[in-house]
Each structure stands twice: as C-alpha cells, then as structure tokens.
Design a protein around this ligand. Structure first.
Ligand SMILES: [Zn+2]
Length: 441
C-alpha cells in the first residue's frame, strides 16, 4: 500500500536522523555551559524583580540567531510592576512554515533571594567538575538552557519539521506568576488554538514527569477581643487567648483529620501525599519593637490576633469542603467559649491540577525518557504549585507538564547547582519528545 510505504519511509528517515540529533546535543556541551553561566550571571532577583528586561534582551539575541521571532510583553499593572521594576516577558517562536502543532517550553527567569551559607559566588556561574553553581542554576536557568539547546538541535536536524516551537522566559513565578504566565494566559498566549503542548522545564529530575500539583487555600483568621489595662485583664478580653483556643482545637481535631486524608495523586515527597496545613504566622498584641528601641512595652490587653493558614488540598477534596472544615472548627470553638468572636477572610486559592497520563505531551516525554535513559519515567505531582496553574485555569490548556533537569531539593538552597550531564540528557529527551509531537507527515 502506497500510504504504508510513505509512512515507513518518513519514519525511517526520522529514525536515521536521531543519532545525528543526539550527536548535535553532545557537540553543544560547551555552548550549553556558557549559555547556563550567562543566564546565571544576570541576577534576576525577585523580589524586587531585577534585570527582567536584560534577561529578555539576552534571550532575544540568542534565539534570533537561531531563527526565532521574538516578542516582548510587559505585564503592566501587575503586582510589583513599576518603571523601576518593569515585569518583562519574552516569547520566541520558530516555525518551519509547515502546518502542525505548537510545542511551548516555558521557563521563569526570576530567582529567589540568595540567603546565607554560600561558599561560591551566587551569580558567578562557576563550573566545578560536572556542576554549574549559582542562584537559579537548578530553579530554573539550567532547564531554560536545556530547552534552548534541545530546540536548536531539533531545528538543525529536522529543518522542515511541521508546526512550530515556542520558548518563553517569564517573570515572577516565585511570587505567584501574576506578572508572567498569568498575564500571558489572560492575553491569549496559552489558548488551545495557539499552543497545543506545554513543557515547563522546572527541576523535577531528568527521569520524572510532573503531571501537576496540589491545591492551595490561604486564609486569615482573626479573633477579636477588648482592650484594657494589663494589670486588670478581667476588664478586657484577650484576643490572643481566643486564638490559643483555636490552635488547641486544630491540634485536637483538624491536624489528625488531615493526616488521614490520603491521595491517589503521586505527590512527592511521600509526606505530601496527604492534606496538609501550615500555620504561617500568628500576630497578636503590640508589634515587636524596632531593634534600636530599648524601652519596655506598655501594659495592654490585646484586642486583636491574626493567624494566616496555608492549606494544601488534594484532587479528592473540593475547595468548599476544605473551607467548611475550618469554618466548622471556628463555630465549634465559639459554641464552647464565652465571648469568642472571629472573622475569616480568603487570601489566595488555586485548584489542584493533574494532566492525564495519556495526554500527548505526557506520552511523548515518557517515551523519550525511556529511549534516552533506558527506563520508564516516574510520574510525580508537586507538593507546591508552579505556573501550570495559570496555563490550566486561565489558558484552559491541560496538555501541560513540568519536565526538566535538576534536583528539586536544591531549589532555593545555598550552593544551588545544575549538573551538565543532566542538562544534556534532558535536552535529548526534550528533542526526542519533539519528534513525536511534531511528526513528519
Ligand atoms: Zn521554579
């Protein structure tokens, strides 16, 4: 049959080019190292959001040489955006001119504060053995560099591929992504008619496919009291003692109940395979005095106390139930405690998300991992959220995963590093996945 002949002919053409593609990646090792170092040396600290334009300019220069068209987008008016700290993003697009799907690699360009404990220059990009050190090396400039090398080698090997490849460098992931992916999704850059497959090269390890993340609910609980002189607390009503009753009730009923809620989501690490809640902060009474103040505090009964909770929930839970659990707990305290008054307000919420294991981007990357690393991938779900939340919710795009080099535990740590071998391996995986997502017809 002619169709069969033609299919097997193109398939074998593809197969024959794979060694050339893998060789191209290996040959680009020095380039990959220099590219990663150059990205680390642009200190894109967030907050406040430094050098976003500089890193976009750098990516523009690099990708234009490889035939990409670029677009700069400033997320005007988003949190933190100002003339001093503009929220710049870049979207680069390459197309061969042949029709087909669009595969988008999205990396955030911001890095978190340096913190203490570094033995090397956090923005030096030092290469020691197989490791490149620096803030953002692992989270996620190494992943960004690997995706660029993968796309360039793919384009060089199969210049007449069908469809298009996009690479974006986006702002503010570390502070919620509102000036980055959320803004781009709101402006149509991730809509399903434009982009069909998304890979986010976050450091989830080169042999794992991250399908999504748990949900988040942040809320602020406030207990109300009555101010009085500290020597006569019986004339007032201590809001901190009321909050103490809330904490006690949480210890008795809520935390044990959360431990029993297990999920079928493959969340890593193991401890996050259940519902969790963190008490982020409690503040009641007078604020801590400034460091240079040597006086004593005044004697006052606190009339307000605030607690911020960070509840992480599972696919198996609905957000209204998650909220009701805390509301019911507060009502239970109220029914047992004289003069207990409280208020609660929502601060932030994200639905859990998990891409189907049979989605095209999942199978393509899984097959590529098996081909390059010789073993099937592990499927994981992240304990915390990342930019997939905006692509999923605003962009309505659920064919999205996180896949990239780097050890997740090193993110945000001192002496953060990325392994050159891991970057090369994951670049091979990304490129082989492209051959499946953008197959020759
Ligand atoms: Zn990250």
């Amino acid at each position: 049959m002619p169709v069969m002949t033609s299919l097997s002919y193109t398939a074998s053409m593809n197969m024959n080019s794979i060694p050339a593609f893998l060789n191209e990646i290996d040959q680009s090792k020095d380039d990959l190292i220099e590219l990663t170092q150059a990205l680390i040396r642009i200190p894109t600290l967030n907050p406040p959001g430094e050098y976003y334009r500089d890193i976009c300019d750098f990516l523009h220069q690099r990708l234009r040489k490889s035939g990409f068209e670029t677009e700069f987008v400033r997320a005007t008016g988003t949190p933190g955006d100002s003339d001093r700290y503009p929220r710049w993003n870049i979207i680069a697009r390459h197309t061969s001119g042949n029709s087909g799907d669009c595969v988008h690699f999205n990396s955030h360009t911001d890095v978190v504060e340096v913190g203490k404990g570094w033995t090397l220059d956090p923005f030096g990009g030092d290469l020691v053995g197989d490791r490149i050190f620096g803030r953002g090396a692992c989270d996620m400039k190494g992943g960004l560099a690997a995706s660029i090398i993968a796309a360039e080698a793919f384009i060089k090997t199969w210049p007449d591929y069908p469809g298009s490849i996009e690479i974006s460098g986006t702002a503010d992931e570390e502070s919620g992504g509102f000036g980055g992916v959320a803004y781009l999704a709101e402006h149509g850059y991730f809509s399903p008619d434009k982009v069909q497959h998304v890979i986010i090269p976050e450091p989830l390890n080169k042999d794992r496919v991250c399908l999504g993340h748990r949900g988040v609910w942040w809320a602020e609980i406030e207990t109300h009291g009555r101010i009085a002189h500290g020597s006569m607390p019986f004339l007032g009503d201590c809001a901190v003692r009321h909050m103490g009753a809330v904490v006690t009730e949480m210890e008795h009923s809520l935390f044990p109940a959360l431990q029993l809620k297990r999920t079928d989501m493959p969340v890593v690490p193991e401890g996050a395979k259940q519902s969790t809640m963190n008490i982020n902060s409690i503040h009641g009474g007078q604020a801590e005095p400034a460091a240079d103040y040597t006086g004593l505090p005044s004697a006052v009964v606190p009339d307000t106390c605030k607690m911020v909770i960070d509840r992480r929930f599972l696919m198996e839970e609905a957000l209204p139930e998650v909220k009701a659990e805390v509301h019911d707990l507060l009502e239970a305290v109220k029914s047992n405690r004289t003069d207990f008054n409280y208020s609660i307000k929502d601060m932030f919420e994200v639905q859990p998300t998990m891409t189907d294991k049979n989605a095209p981007v999942v199978t393509a990357v899984s097959d590529a991992i098996e081909q390059i690393l010789g073993k099937p991938p592990a499927y994981v779900v992240s304990p915390g959220t990342y930019d997939q939340k905006h692509i999923d919710r605003i962009g309505r795009m659920n064919n999205c995963i996180a896949y990239g080099p780097g050890i997740l535990d090193l993110a945000h740590q001192p002496d953060e590093y990325i392994s050159v071998t891991d970057m090369l391996d994951s670049a091979k995986v990304m490129g082989i996945a492209l051959t499946q997502l953008l197959p020759h017809q």
